[in-house]
Each structure stands twice: as structure tokens, then as C-alpha cells.
Design a protein around this ligand. Structure first.
Ligand code: GLA
Ligand code: ZN
Length: 650
């Protein structure tokens, strides 16, 4: 069955509204509600006084309306009595300020006290409902690490960090050597002397910063896995476990693939626009988030918070136009979402999210948004088999959190943004309407035809050799700049000509480099079939000297004429492109056209802002059509009104 529903917070409303609400939800075409996240105090008003009677009542009412339930474990918002009794649970910012009660997720992942109480409520809750047939799934906490909650600099984290380092390094001498602490006389005599990277004068040791990031990841994931193990141990066999991933996943301090490993499926919160944005993020940026979430467990995923109304805490912005949120839902289903709940039934009139507008507004009138969700549910429920069909992609984009954290420890170019650089390579293939996987660099590459490797500056020999094998056996690899600069210790290799472990693969060497800004756009000259394709480079440039590779673009500016900016190398049976900087879109689109053509990849031509996504059931092919623009568009014989979306066979 396809679950379609809403996030419902009955505790936010007078008791007498519940029946009408549940009927309205049911009439909208829903068959599930998500409840309970953030309601810890309701379930444990005083320490140890567990009381689930309110939610027993809610679940009974839901069942009377034919609604199943996803229940959120409430550990994202602990009760005030707990913070008062044990202030050590409160996290601390980099300036040593304890976060005060209020807001949410302000707990320390390394607080033994917090883990004890969080484990308590989680165990009691799940044990209480393990036989509840209506509860089909448990959501662990809420959006781990979001809103800055993945960072804590408290003494508990400090002590745990030292333990992490002592466990990892054989001796403080080995650490000194690997970190290069001889620099600036930072040699440690003992692990206890090592700081956590709180603000200091200028900047910290790069390997300290990377190890701190890895430690944060182990802190967040350690807590997640502890709570998940409790749920897995005590839940009913008919119940599944998930957690809801927030946007901005590349900006977080934890490895998401590791975080969700013990889950049955991934859930994602899809907000193409949030807070004071004047417009939504671009279509390819939304698409990429779906491909990332599908990639975490390499399977289709749920959306448990789909945007319908304008959203924000103290500031809101763009209002999704009629049918635009419905189109974003079609886009999500196209990319592998199999079940969807909208955030939230009715916008709350009190508390911090008065301006997180829901399906129904504060006036409680079932208006345009209600009807839009109803029409989406009514249409999509016909496609259950299609929504659960597997997605096979010819193109993969690789990421690695150590690499991302390496860039965050020293961004080198003031305008560097990892998300933007990944999208720079993703976008031209997205515009060819081909399926793309966004996956950890450790994944098996053998089923792909093209592998995109955006700004992989931190690269060990293992990845380099796997990419060599992939190209040697006929694959196409597209690197962007700074590839192979550093080893896993976040240090630059001595005596190795860049791009280091992938120099032979790329067939060129980097002789010099320059950090540019986004505004600093250097004109390039194309060669061969690129001669007529104008291009420029920004943010960064590698000055390349081709060794075996051919030059596709070269620099034109004084002193650097003749250096290559973009190269293509034949390697084994495959091809290897190197994009030596922030290359402009038109040139990348030409590369994507050549590559998809050379590799025989299924592409679909469409007007700009018309996204076409092909899915298969057996021998049948279906197209998801999404018009991301406010203009009339068409695809073949299909007319698409502003923000219109649908599925067509063929
Ligand atoms: C996030 C959270 C929700 C809510 C919404 C508001 O996704 O998961 O609890 O705060 O944002 O848009
Ligand atoms: Zn802490």
C-alpha cells in the first residue's frame, strides 16, 4: 500500500477538534498520520511517570478514521524538568556558552545523562506500542544535526574527543607526526593537551579539524544508533524504523550513510524553499537531494515532511504558487519517493512555528492547498507499483564526508561551496533527463557508465585505483578541480606532482594553481569541437600541462596562455575528463552531450525547466513530467501549464 498522509500534532489543538481534523485528513485521501515527535513532556510529565494515555486516545481515534500511524520518538525536545535537574545535558557553543532550554535539539550527544533519559522514554514508548497494529513505523528523533545541533564544545565532548583520539592513535608521538604538530611548535606530550578547535588566534591544525569533524560524526551517529537499537529491540515485527533527513546534508557534521545504516528506510524532509528565500532552490538542486536520499540505503525512500505552505520560524519568504508544491511532489515520486506525508496538517497558532504554514491555515478553511494535496493523493495512489519500481542509473556522482570536511576546514577560495561544486557537474546530466545516483565514493562503480568526481581533494590510493579500474574497463570519469591533493590525514603529499594518485589517469599535471572568486571569470579558448562553445572559469583554477591528454579548453590571460583548463584523456578502454576549475554551464553541457552520446546513455531532450524522468515497470516505460516554470511549456505532444506535472505512459 502507498502511504499518503500528513504530519499531525493533535496535542496542539483543543480535544474537540480532533474528530473533525481526522475526518478532514481522511477526506483528503490520506491513510496515515505522523504523530508524537516533540511530545516527550506529554508522555513523562515528571521523571519516571510515563503516561501514554493521551496518545492511546489519539491512536484509537485515528483507527476509527481508518488512519495508520508513524510515531516519532520525542528525543529532539526534552522536558524542562530534565534540563533543570541535569543541566549537563545541554550542549555548548564554540564560545563556551551553554545553550539554554528553549528551541529544540539543544542536547549534547555525549551526555551520559541525556542518553540515559532518552533511552528511557524511547524504550517505554516503544514497549507500550509494540503490539499496536495501527503504528506501522517509528521515526527516531527529528532531523539529526539540523539547525546547528550537530556541534557541541562542552567538557563531555572534550573528554570523549580525547578518548576517540587515544583509541585511534597508537601514541601521541604518532599523532604528532601525522598531524604535523611540529608546525607552530604545537607538539603534544600527552593526549590531554590536545584542544578541541574552539576559536583561537587565526586557525587550527587541519588534521585536528578533520578529526574533530569525524568525532562529531561518531557522536551523532553513536546516539542515533543507540536509540535505533532500542527501537529495533522492542518494536513489533510489523513496525519499521526510520529517521527523517533534513536538507543541507552536505553542511552537516555527520556521515549520513552511516547514520541511517540500522534503519529500514530513509525518510526525507523536502523543502525546496524555506525561511526568507525570495525563490525556491533550482530544480536540479531539489532533484539532487532526492538522488542523495535514495542513495543512502540504495533503495526508495519516504518523504515525511513535504512542503505545501510557506515555511519559516521568524522569517518567511516565497509562497509556493498553485500546483508548484504538487509538482515538487511528482518530482519526489519520480526520483524514488515511495510514500509521502505533507508537513503539516494545520499551521500552529502558538509557539515558534506560527509561520510554518500547513495544508490548512489558521482559519481552518479547507482551501487551495487542501484541494491540491487531495488531487495529488488521488492521482498518485494509482501508481503504487511504479513508485516502488527500482531506479537504475548510468551516471553516479561520488561524495565523501572526509573530503567535504577537509574543504570546510580550509575552503581555499572564499567562494568555494561544496554543494555548488557538486551541482556544477550534476546539472548538465540532470538537464539531459538521465537518471543519476548521488552516492558515497566507497560504493561499487561497476554498474555505471559515467562517474562524476566533484572536487575530491582528499583522495586515498584505494579510490584512485578503483577509478583507474573503472576507466580502464571502459568507464568515463569526470573529475573537477583539486583532485588528489591530500591524503586521508588531510595533509598534502610531499614530492608528488598533482593530481597525485590520479595523474596518469587524467593524463595531465597541475603546474600551478590559483584561487579565484565567483566574480573573477576568466575567458577560455575552446579547441576542436569546443572551439565554438564559449566558456569561462571562476572560483578556482588548476593550470594544467597535458601529458597524454588532449586540451579541450586553455587559458587566455597574460602569463598563462597555453596552460590547459579542461582536458580529456583516453585511458584503457575509457575516457577521463578533468575540469580544472569552476567551468561555466555551456561548456559542461557540451561535455555531458559528448559523454552521454559516446556512452550510449538514455537521455531525453526537453525545454529548459521541463524535467522528464523515465521509470520502468517490466517492459513498460513511464515518464514523470514536471514543469518547474510559471510559463506554458510542452514536451512532445504534452502541454504543461505553469507548474503542471503528471505521469504519462511511453
Ligand atoms: C523541519 C522540522 C519540522 C518543522 C519544519 C518546519 O523540517 O523537521 O519539525 O520544524 O522544519 O518547516
Ligand atoms: Zn557536548
Amino acid at each position: 500500500m502507498t502511504y499518503l498522509g500528513v504530519d499531525y500534532y493533535p496535542e496542539h489543538w483543543p480535544e474537540e477538534m480532533m474528530g473533525e481534523d481526522l475526518q478532514g485528513i481522511k477526506d483528503m485521501g490520506a491513510n496515515i498520520i505522523r504523530i508524537g515527535e516533540f511530545a516527550w513532556h506529554l508522555m513523562e510529565k515528571e521523571e519516571g511517570a510515563f503516561d501514554f494515555s493521551y496518545f492511546d486516545h489519539v491512536i484509537e481515534k485515528a483507527k476509527q478514521h481508518g488512519l495508520d500511524v508513524m510515531f516519532g520518538t520525542p528525543t529532539a525536545t526534552f522536558p524542562a524538568w530534565l534540563a533543570q535537574k541535569h543541566p549537563s545535558i545541554l550542549s555548548e557553543n564554540e564560545n563556551g556558552n551553554k545553550r539554554v532550554f528553549g528551541g529544540r535539539r539543544q542536547y549534547c550527544f555525549n551526555s551520559d545523562k541525556y542518553r540515559q533519559y532518552a533511552a528511557g522514554i524511547t524504550k517505554q514508548l516503544v514497549q507500550h506500542y509494540k503490539d499496536e497494529e495501527a503504528i506501522v513505523s517509528w521515526q527516531i528523533d527529528n532531523e539529526f544535526g539540523h539547525e546547528g545541533s550537530d556541534m557541541c564544545y562542552c567538557d563531555q565532548c572534550y573528554a570523549a574527543f580525547h578518548q576517540y583520539l587515544e583509541n585511534k592513535y597508537d601514541s601521541v608521538g604518532q599523532l604528532n607526526d601525522e598531524w604535523g604538530t611540529i608546525f607552530w611548535g604545537q607538539t603534544y606530550n600527552d593526549f590531554s593537551e590536545i584542544p578541541i578547535p574552539k576559536p583561537t588566534v587565526t586557525t587550527h591544525n587541519p588534521t585536528l579539524k578533520l578529526e574533530w569533524a569525524r568525532f562529531r560524526s561518531s557522536s551523532v551517529n553513536g546516539f542515533t544508533h543507540e536509540m535505533t537499537a532500542i527501537v529495533n529491540e522492542h518494536k513489533g515485527s510489523h513496525q519499521t524504523v526510520t529517521t527523517n533527513v533534513s536538507g543541507g546534508f552536505f553542511d552537516k557534521w555527520f556521515d549520513h550513510e552511516e547514520n541511517v545504516k540500522p534503519m529500514d528506510f530513509v525518510s526525507y524532509d523536502n523543502y525546496p524553499v524555506w525561511g526568507g528565500l525570495e525563490k525556491p532552490i533550482p530544480p536540479e538542486a531539489i532533484a539532487m537531494t532526492h538522488d542523495f536520499n535514495r542513495g543512502l540505503l540504495d533503495q526508495n525512500y519516504w518523504i515525511v515532511e513535504e512542503l505545501m505552505g510557506a515555511q519559516g520560524h521568524d522569517v518567511i519568504g516565497y509562497l509556493p504558487r498553485p500546483n508548484q508544491a504538487k509538482m515538487w511532489s511528482y518530482q519526489a515520486f519520480a526520483h524514488g519517493c515511495s510514500n509521502m506525508l505533507y508537513f503539516r496538517w494545520r499551521g500552529m497558532t502558538k509557539g515558534a512555528e506560527q509561520f510554518c504554514y500547513g495544508v490548512v491555515d489558521h482559519d481552518n478553511v479547507y482551501g487551495r492547498k487542501y484541494k491540491e494535496v487531495q488531487s495529488l493523493f488521488n492521482e498518485i495512489k494509482e501508481h503504487e507499483e511504479l513508485l516502488n519500481a527500482e531506479i537504475n542509473s548510468d551516471v553516479a556522482v561520488l561524495y565523501d564526508y572526509d573530503n567535504i570536511w577537509s574543504w570546510r576546514s580550509q575552503i581555499q577560495s572564499k567562494d568555494f561551496d561544496f554543494n555548488a561544486e557538486l551541482l556544477r557537474l550534476y546539472r548538465p546530466f540532470y538537464r539531459k533527463n538521465t537518471n543519476i545516483d548521488v552516492i558515497p565514493a566507497t560504493r561499487d562503480l561497476s554498474t555505471y557508465k559515467v562517474v562524476l568526481v566533484p572536487v575530491m581533494q582528499l583522495m586515498d590510493d584505494t579510490l584512485a585505483s578503483r577509478l583507474r579500474t573503472f576507466a580502464d574497463e571502459g568507464g568515463t570519469v569526470i573529475f573537477s578541480y583539486r583532485a588528489g591533493l591530500k591524503g586521508r590525514d588531510n595533509n598534502i603529499r610531499l614530492g608528488e606532482v598533482l593530481p597525485g594518485p590520479v595523474r596518469e589517469l587524467i593524463g595531465a599535471r597541475v603546474e600551478e594553481i590559483e584561487s579565484l572568486t565567483a566574480a573573477h571569470q576568466l575567458e577560455l579558448q575552446g579547441e576542436g569541437s569546443f572551439a565554438e562553445v564559449p566558456a569561462h572559469i571562476s572560483v578556482w583554477r588548476d593550470l594544467l600541462v597535458p601529458e597524454q591528454a588532449e586540451t579541450l579548453y586553455s587559458y587566455q590571460d597574460q602569463f598563462y596562455k597555453g596552460y590547459a583548463a579542461v582536458t580529456k584523456n583516453s585511458f584503457g578502454k575509457g575516457s577521463v575528463y578533468y575540469v580544472g576549475g569552476g567551468l561555466s554551464e555551456e561548456a559542461l553541457e557540451k561535455i555531458a552531450a559528448d559523454v552521454t552520446n559516446d556512452c550510449g546513455i538514455d537521455t531525453i531532450e526537453s525545454e529548459r525547466d521541463v524535467e522528464v524522468y523515465r521509470r520502468h515497470i517490466g517492459g513498460d516505460s513511464y515518464l514523470f513530467l514536471m514543469n518547474h516554470s510559471d510559463k506554458e511549456k510542452s514536451y512532445g505532444m504534452e502541454k504543461l501549464g505553469p507548474f503542471e506535472s503528471r505521469i504519462v505512459k511511453g
